[in-house]
Ligand binder design. Sequence first.
Ligand code: AMP
Length: 440
Amino acid sequence: MTFADLGLATELLRAVSEQGYSQPTPIQAKAIPAVLKGADILAAAQTGTGKTAGFTLPLLQRLNSKTPVNGRRPVRALVLTPTRELAAQIAESVTNYGKYLPLRSAVIFGGVSIRPQFSALRSGVDILVATPGRLLDHVGQRTLDLSKVEILVLDEADRMLDMGFIHDIRKILALLPKQRQNLLFSATFSSDIKRLANGFLTSPELIEVAQRNTAAETVAQVVHRVDKKRKRELLSYLIGSQNWRQVLVFTRTKHGANHLSGQLTKDGISAAAIHGNKSQGARTKALADFKKGAVRVLVATDIAARGLDIDQLPYVVNYELPNISEDYVHRIGRTGRAGRAGQAVSLVCVDELKLLKDIERLLTAKIPEQMIAGYEPNPHIVAEPIKNGRPNQAGAKGKNQHNRNRTSLSKGSKFAGAKVRTGRNGNAATAKTRRIAMSG
Ligand code: AMP
């Protein structure tokens, strides 16, 4: 199957081939024809599956097929996404894929000055990519008219609900014309997502694809047991002695991310932190520096890292295990993408053994442990409740914790039975639910 088989226009085929894609991913093969024929879709897809091109390419084609409106250019396609980084990445994809079409796009998100966004909107855009809060700011200031939207995309809908955007989404839905095409993408399908979907999708085509588990299969996972106090030292040692060049490190808190990034810098390892309290400029710069290799370590919190598309990321380190087991899977999905080898290293202190157990229960496999000589944990240190982290699972981060009661899109989902190889020795494990099938 080629992109041409999917019925895409030559301008889009040219742009796709310039991106170096030779064939559509499974989600693209299903979503592109469905969107082209005008159907609503409800798609189970995570970052890494190629979903962005899956909705962007056909969306561009549909907009282009209609005669451009004379004079004013109202927004005809609206893409809503939870985070600024994702919005920026989607906008970049829209620009790349649409480079040979006479369509205009813009991206708006919070944390940056609103003024340039005013002028972008004033000059007219066909496709608008936005985070919900800033979008509503514009609506409030009457700098944005959504009454001509023909296509709505809700990307990472589950994450938007987790982040408490449900009211914003409902407000935005109320501003759109009733007649429109709706595309909803979500990695997971809680009852809240299903309720939301039922409320505005019309006879949607359900799209489920077996996850490209290449990431999972090529991620070697390992646990190093170590005392909490010695984690930073061990991390610097691993980075230095093994000459790791591009490392994404996860901490549980924003403060922890800042602190660690400062300490690594003091150790002579260039590092930057990325989290929700950083200004947009600082986040963009940190990511750009990391991508181009100017910064060796990017220390991130889960929310900030969600959806980051960094090619060929070789190392992911869980400096602290996440409170929510599923976040472990999202985190390690940042490495070993598109079939490349990756390594996920977890530094685990005695306080985190319960979290580790929960993760292993989710993976239905034990992650191999490897002791690093000189960093063996002191057996006399006893577990303490985790500071700054709410109790595991129940009441953990996110306003809508019950959204974590995830169910699959339909029974017999192909996601069930996803293989995850755990560790260098490759104990293949069969996951019970698709939650652990990760982005690839
Ligand atoms: P996404 O799931 O949309 O975030 O895409 C994940 C990554 O896959 C991005 O780096 C895309 O550039 C890349 N990608 C998307 N479509 C294809 C394709 N057909 N072939 C190879 N890579 C792709």
